[in-house]
Design a protein. Structure first.
Length: 122
């Protein structure tokens, strides 16, 4: 058992980097990496998580989301645009309303984390 940390050699570090790139090739594609970071940023905001929870249950227009969250139109609109950019939500125009729905296929793998109410994740 190690009692002190031993720094890895440059050779070992390069081997780790190559293995990481092989197992997670996204790290070598800057455009895809930027998109993926933007996708995960959606889940790093409390208001956006609340919007996800609402849309997980049912489609809603922006005025309904504003009412449900007791928020400002401009704030909710800002969050919806961020979420739409990475296709977490989808918008459809119906008459004078824009209806938002969650892209369940895209976020289903992550929804189980949102369903957990205990703090075992930290």
């Amino acid at each position: 058992m190690k009692t002190t940390w031993e720094l890895k050699s440059n050779k070992e570090i390069n081997q780790i980097r190559k293995r990481a790139e092989k197992q997670l090739p996204i790290v070598t594609d800057n455009e895809e990496l930027e998109y993926t970071a933007s996708f995960f940023k959606v889940f790093a905001d409390e208001t956006r998580l609340k919007i996800i929870s609402l849309l997980w249950i049912d489609d809603m227009c922006m005025c309904e989301i504003v009412e449900a969250l007791n928020g400002a139109n401009s704030t909710i609109s800002h969050h919806l645009k961020i979420m739409e950019k990475v296709k977490v939500i989808i918008s459809n125009r119906e008459g004078k309303f824009t209806i938002y729905s969650i892209n369940k296929e895209k976020i289903s793998p992550l929804i189980s984390y949102l369903k957990q109410s205990d703090k075992a994740l930290y």
